[in-house]
Ligand binder design. Structure first.
Ligand code: AMP
Ligand code: ZN
Length: 482
């Protein structure tokens, strides 16, 4: 099989580019992580499924991967620009809890989702508040030439660097809506590097700095941790598409100032060679908004009985750069597809993996490799996997090896899942699985004895408890909880 070079879409140039590494054989990736003031919604988790597929692809292609994901526990305001309150401070005040407890609780909740979605652990979860000294040093280094002080803090003057905002291109409506009006700012797009604690106030999180007691601006942390942990320039920086408008242009501006590199005609002057952004998961009724009371958390999907990997499957079915609309029907369809794949994979489970390079699979492996190398086209990759599963009259070990190899990129955990794991199991079910199975055994015995009255009665009792008995189901399911 020919090795297909990896091509990725660079948001900075808006072009598909052939991936080459800064350091031979190594791939260094930084992903903007969650702000841990609340549970992540499933849209947030799409950003990490995407970053995970990218990381897995780089490992699969043989690069030595260093992946950093940060945890934002300070600085992110309720507005992405400089107005509003710190999200962490606000939640802590509402709950009358310490910020540190809030951060701990929601970091752990995020990690639980990461695990449930089979997202690999990065080399490091870098926590913003562990890098305050480095942030102050970084800010000191750029303050004279690029910043000015106002009563509310230290601000970055975006007119001091070339090509400010190139990543965002035109000021979009979204971007424009977010430009805020801190009095005294030289340019509307100038942003806080350091936010001073107002006179007479005390914040839970504040540190001494040359600009007074206060807290870092949100964008600073990613410049500092990316540069410190991966070295400038590193290979790839990722985030959701909203970050293309404010957070990443500001990070880039800081990196340019710090590295004394000017124009962005050369991508690595931005701090990273390639900037990648996943598009949004959308939901029409507004259940994605964390301010809307009950919102779409992974746990809600699980409580309704869906295996979390059905959501991963849903993400993989779409290209990461396309908007993806969430619906329960769509999730159900993704689950059914995953079930079919797992049923076929289950037949290969007891056979040790053989050598995947068998002629019968060459075209599917080629199709898979080409699709993934084409800016991570997982939806075509999934088709190639299904085609490989459907190949007949072939050694099971060879087939297993082919599927395992593809699953290293897709991360569906195919050989650890069983069909039973994927059964819909709502939390509200009034009957346990063991009870259902016992009833179904009784029903089978009744049928053998031609006691159809009893067998029908059992069916109806089960139906009353929300269990649908599925005689003759093509996927071999005997029952389903509604
Ligand atoms: P936050 O915790 O708000 O900083 O967001 C975490 C990540 O989720 C960021 O990379 C965001 O860009 C991304 N994100 C936010 N909303 C969505 C969405 N609806 N779909 C996909 N990604 C999102
Ligand atoms: Zn960031």
């Amino acid at each position: 099989m020919t090795e297909t070079p990896l091509k990725l879409f660079n948001s900075l140039t808006r072009e598909i580019e052939t991936f080459t590494t800064v350091h031979p054989g190594e791939a260094r990736v930084y992903t903007c992580g969650p702000t841990v003031y609340n549970y992540p919604h499933i849209g947030n988790m799409r950003a990490y499924v995407f970053a995970d597929v990218l990381g897995r692809t780089l490992s699969w292609k043989g690069y030595d991967l260093t992946h950093i994901i940060n945890i934002t526990d300070v600085g992110h305001l309720t507005d992405d620009a400089d107005e509003g309150e710190d999200k962490m401070e606000k939640m802590a005040a509402e709950r009358a809890q310490s910020i540190w407890d809030i951060a701990k609780h929601y970091t752990e909740a995020y990690w639980a989702d990461v695990k449930a979605l089979n997202i690999r652990q990065p080399a490091k979860w870098s926590v913003a508040t562990h890098y305050i000294d480095e942030m102050i040093e970084f800010a000191k280094g750029i303050a004279d030439k690029h910043c000015y002080e106002l009563e509310s803090g230290l601000y970055f003057d975006v007119s001091t660097i070339q090509d400010y905002g190139k990543l965002a291109r035109a000021v979009t409506e979204e971007g424009e809506g977010r430009i805020d009006t801190v009095e005294g700012k030289r340019n509307a797009a100038d942003f806080a590097i350091w936010r001073k604690t107002p006179e007479g106030e005390k914040r839970q999180m504040e540190w001494d700095s040359p600009w007074g007691k206060g807290a870092p601006g949100w964008h600073l942390e990613c410049s500092v941790m990316g540069g410190k942990l991966l070295g400038f320039p590193f290979d790839i920086h990722t985030g959701g598409i909203d970050h293309r408008e404010i957070h990443h242009p500001n990070e880039i501006a800081q990196n340019q100032a710090h590295c004394c590199t000017n124009g962005l005609d050369v991508a690595e002057n931005s701090g990273a060679r390639i900037w990648m952004h996943n598009n949004f998961l959308v939901e029409r009724s507004g259940k994605m908004s964390k301010s809307a009371g009950e919102f779409l958390r992974l746990q809600l999907l699980i409580d309704k009985g869906y295996h979390p990997l059905a959501y991963r499957m849903m993400c993989l079915q779409a290209h990461y750069r396309s908007e993806l609309e969430f619906s329960w029907d769509g999730l159900g369809a993704a689950l059914t597809r995953l079930k079919r794949i797992v049923m076929q994979a289950e037949r290969l489970k007891d056979t040790p993996a053989g050598d995947p390079s068998h002629q019968k699979f060459a075209s599917m492996r080629e199709k898979f490799a080409t699709a993934i190398a084409d800016d991570l086209n997982t939806s075509v990759g999934l088709v190639a996997l299904e085609e490989a599963l459907a190949v007949k009259k072939v050694d099971a070990g060879v087939k297993r090896a082919v599927i395992e190899d593809m699953d290293r990129v897709l991360g569906l955990d195919l050989f650890d899942l069983s069909r039973k794991d994927l059964r819909i199991r709502p939390k509200t079910a009034e009957i346990t699985e063991a009870e259902i199975e016992a009833e179904l055994i009784r029903r089978k015995e009744a049928k053998v004895e031609k006691d159809f009255a009893t067998s029908d009665a059992i069916r109806e009792t089960l139906a009353a408890k929300g269990v649908e008995v599925m005689d003759g189901d093509p996927l071999g399911w005997e029952w389903k909880l509604g």
